[in-house]
Design a protein around this ligand. Structure first.
Ligand code: SF4
Length: 472
C-alpha cells in the first residue's frame, strides 16, 4: 500500500486533425493509478506545439475549460507523474518540451536511469544547464545532442540508448513523428494499438488503449524503437544489443491495473495465481478471505478459490480522494489508512479472517489495516502477502529506496506479524515469482538483490536538488 509507481506515458498520432487532447485526457485518466502528483499533455498541430501541465490529478488539471483551450491536432503526448527522482514541483511536470537546433521535441518518460547522475554530471561539465531535477531532462539533452550528428530523431534516440542505463519507457514527439521506445531490459511496460478511425496509440498499459476504444496490437519488445511518421510505422530492434528481458515483476503484483495485459500476461491472472500459491504455501483455518483494495482483491480471490474459504468484501476504499491525501511524505501517509479504508463489520465480526495485501514496506500501513479489521470484530487475522519481503532498494523507477525503512530487513516474519498485530503472516516465496507470469524474464531485485544493471552510487530522490543547494 505504500510503494509508489513512477509514471505513466501516453501518445497518439492521427491521420487527420482531431480532438487529440480529449483522447489523451481519457488515456491519462486510465493511467492515473501510475502517478497522482502531476500530469500534462502536449498537442502537435501540424508542427505547432501547445501544452498544459500542472500538479494534481488528471481530472483536476484538465477541466473542460483547460481542455477546450487546447487546439485540435494530429499528435499528442501525455504523462502522469509520481516523482521518484526530482521533487514535487511544476518544473518537473512532464512531458518536457525542448526547442533544439533541428526542431521541437516533447518527451514523456516512465522509469529511472541507473546512471542518471554520471550522465548529468558529464553534461553539466560540458556546459549544459538543467531546468528540472528529473532524469527525463537528461534523456532529452542526450537525444537532442545526438540529433546534431544523426540524420533523424529516431537515429538520435538509438544513439542515446547506447549510453542510457536503467529503466525507461519513452514517448517522444517531434514535429512530424511519434516515437516510442522501451529500454533493452524492458523494465517498464509499453504497448500500442489502433483505433477504428486510424489513430495509432501508445501507452504504458493496455487499459489506456481500451479507454479510448483502441484495439491492442502488441507490447514493444525490450530495446525496440517504434516510429510513426510520414513513412508509416517503422520498428527498429537490433540497434542497442540483445539483453535478457527483465520486466518489473511488481508491475503484476501491484503497480499495473488488473485489466491490463503486459507482455502477454494478464495482471489480474498473475494476482489470482499469487493468491493460489499463498493458499498452498501458507494454509490456515479461517472463515473468510478479504483483500485490501485494490491490489489485494485479485489475490484474495485466488486464495479463496484454492483454499475453499469463502471470499468476502471486508474493506471498502474511498475512491474520491484528491491529491491532498496522495502526496508523498511520511506525514501524508500516516493519515491515509482511515481516510482511505473502511471496514464492513457484517463481513468481519466474530470471524477468523485471511487478510490479503500486496506488500509490506515499513509495516506502518499494514499495522493500521490490521487494527481496522480487529476493531471491526475479527477474532483472528491471518495476513498473507502476495509478494516476497522487500529486502533491497529499487533503482528502476519506484520509491522502494532504503533498507533502513524496509521492515523485513530488520525483523523476522514472526516479529513482523507481532509488530503489525496479525495472528500469523505469510509471504509469497521468491522462488514462486516466475510462476505468476509463466516464467518469462523478469526483475525481482527488490526481493532477491539480483540487479540487472550496475547499481548507482547516489540514489536519493532529491539528489539533484541537494546538489543545487550545495553549489549555490
Ligand atoms: Fe520492479 Fe523491484 Fe525490479 Fe524495481 S527492483 S524494477 S520494483 S522488481
Amino acid at each position: 500500500m505504500s510503494v509508489h509507481e513512477e509514471c505513466g506515458v501516453f501518445g497518439l498520432i492521427s491521420p487527420k486533425t482531431a480532438d487529440v487532447a480529449g483522447a489523451a485526457y481519457y488515456g491519462l485518466y486510465a493511467l492515473q493509478h501510475r502517478g497522482q502528483e502531476s500530469c500534462g499533455i502536449v498537442i502537435n498541430d501540424d508542427g505547432m506545439f501547445s501544452s498544459h501541465k500542472d500538479l494534481g490529478l488528471v481530472s483536476e488539471v484538465f477541466t473542460s475549460d483547460t481542455l477546450s483551450r487546447l487546439p485540435r491536432g494530429n499528435m499528442a503526448v501525455g504523462h502522469v507523474r509520481y516523482g521518484t527522482t526530482g521533487g514535487t514541483n511544476r518544473r518537473n511536470c512532464q512531458p518536457i518540451e525542448v526547442n533544439h537546433q533541428k526542431g521541437k521535441m516533447a518527451i514523456a518518460h516512465n522509469g529511472n536511469l541507473s546512471n542518471a547522475a554520471e550522465l548529468r554530471n558529464a553534461l553539466e561539465l560540458s556546459g549544459a544547464i538543467f531546468h528540472t531535477t528529473s532524469d527525463t531532462e537528461t534523456i532529452a539533452y542526450i537525444v537532442t545532442r545526438e540529433r546534431l550528428r544523426t540524420p533523424s530523431i529516431e537515429e538520435a534516440l538509438s544513439a542515446a540508448m547506447n549510453v542510457l542505463d536503467g529503466a525507461y519507457s519513452l514517448i517522444l514527439m517531434s514535429s512530424q513523428k511519434l516515437i516510442c521506445a522501451r529500454d533493452p531490459y524492458g523494465f517498464r511496460p509499453l504497448c500500442y494499438g489502433k483505433t477504428a478511425d486510424g489513430m495509432y496509440v501508445a501507452a504504458s498499459e493496455s487499459c489506456a488503449l481500451k479507454a479510448i476504444g483502441a484495439e491492442f496490437i502488441r507490447d514493444l519488445e525490450p530495446g525496440e524503437i517504434l516510429v510513426f511518421g510520414p513513412e508509416g510505422m517503422v520498428s527498429r530492434r537490433e540497434h542497442c544489443g540483445r539483453k535478457q528481458k527483465k520486466c518489473c515483476i511488481f508491475e503484476y503484483i501491484y503497480f499495473a491495473r488488473p485489466d491490463s495485459v503486459i507482455d502477454g500476461v494478464s495482471v489480474h491472472g498473475a494476482r489470482v495465481q499469487a493468491g493460489k500459491i499463498l493458499a498452498r504455501k501458507h494454509p490456515v483455518q479461517a472463515d473468510i478471505v478479504i483483500g485490501v483494495p485494490d491490489s489485494g482483491l485479485d489475490a484474495a480471490l485466488g486464495f479463496s478459490m484454492e483454499s475453499g474459504i469463502p471470499y468476502g468484501i471486508g474493506l471498502i476504499k474511498n475512491k474520491y480522494i484528491g491529491r491532498t491525501f496522495i502526496s508523498p511524505g511520511q506525514d501524508a501517509r500516516m493519515d491515509q489508512v482511515k481516510i482511505k479504508l473502511s471496514a464492513i463489520e457484517e463481513s468481519i465480526r466474530g470471524k477468523r479472517v485471511v487478510l490479503i495485501d500486496d506488500s509490506i514496506v515499513r509495516g506502518t500501513t499494514s499495522g493500521r489495516i490490521v487494527r481496522l479489521v480487529r476493531e471491526a470484530g475479527a477474532s483472528e487475522i491471518h495476513m498473507r502477502i502476495s509478494s516476497p519481503p522487500f529486502l533491497h532498494p529499487c533503482y528502476y523507477g519506484t520509491d522502494i529506496d532504503s533498507r533502513e525503512n524496509l521492515i523485513a530487513c530488520h525483523h523476522s516474519v514472526s516479529e513482523t506479524a507481532e509488530i503489525i498485530g496479525a495472528d500469523s503472516l505469510g509471504y509469497l516465496p521468491v522462488s514462486e515469482l516466475g510462476s505468476l507470469i509463466g516464467g518469462c524474464g523478469y526483475c525481482s531485485a527488490c526481493f532477491d538483490g539480483v540487479y540487472p544493471t550496475e547499481i548507482p552510487a547516489d540514489t536519493r530522490k532529491d539528489r539533484f536538488e541537494q546538489k543545487l543547494g550545495k553549489n549555490n
